[in-house]
Design a protein around this ligand. Structure first.
Ligand SMILES: [Zn+2]
Ligand SMILES: [Zn+2]
Length: 166
């Protein structure tokens, strides 16, 4: 979706709000396509002393496979939109991923939402931030509780056990 900004480009203090939904179901992540639901984005573009600032939020529900524990999960994610829109990219600004060029008098919301979303998504897909993963020894999902390997691996415990067995 293109968001027309002609009426605020030269008017400091003016703003225009937006609300859109973007399809990112083609976004590949490893071997999966976790963004199967529409990605909602809303916010406002404000002309702040001549600079077009876009602020808002992106939300969706990811259906993925955890990179750490290999479990299927659904996870609500929400990322902030905080970018600057410019009529022309200079070389300097081009290196800044948070600056986007306008398409004529409009902002290409699909492109901006896609880029901000990808930049915010972690390099690993996890079912939750502190996923404990699988035990490398017995393969138990440690999110369900500790396994018995930990005790055996602890040399102090092993020594104690030897004493007890004697
Ligand atoms: Zn996990
Ligand atoms: Zn284990």
């Amino acid at each position: 979706m293109l968001l027309g900004l002609a009426h605020i480009i030269d008017r400091p203090g003016e703003s225009v709000s937006f609300s859109t939904s973007v399809d990112l179901s083609d976004l590949r992540y490893g071997n999966s396509y976790p963004v199967s639901e529409p990605v909602k984005a809303e916010g406002v573009v404000r002309n702040t002393a001549g600079v077009l600032m876009m602020k808002g939020s992106i939300t969706t529900c990811i259906h993925g496979v955890c990179d750490r524990c290999a479990r299927n999960f659904d996870r609500e994610v929400s990322f902030p939109i905080d970018v600057v829109l410019v009529t022309e990219l200079t070389n300097e600004e081009n290196e800044d991923e948070w600056v986007f060029p306008l398409e004529g008098d409009s902002a290409d919301l699909d492109d901006i939402v896609r880029t901000v979303f990808v930049l915010n998504l972690d390099s690993k897909l996890l079912c939750k931030e502190d996923c404990k993963g699988l035990c490398c020894r017995c393969g138990k999902n440690l999110n369900d509780g500790p396994c018995n390997c930990q005790k055996e691996l602890d040399p102090r415990f092993a020594a104690l056990q030897q004493l007890l067995e004697k």
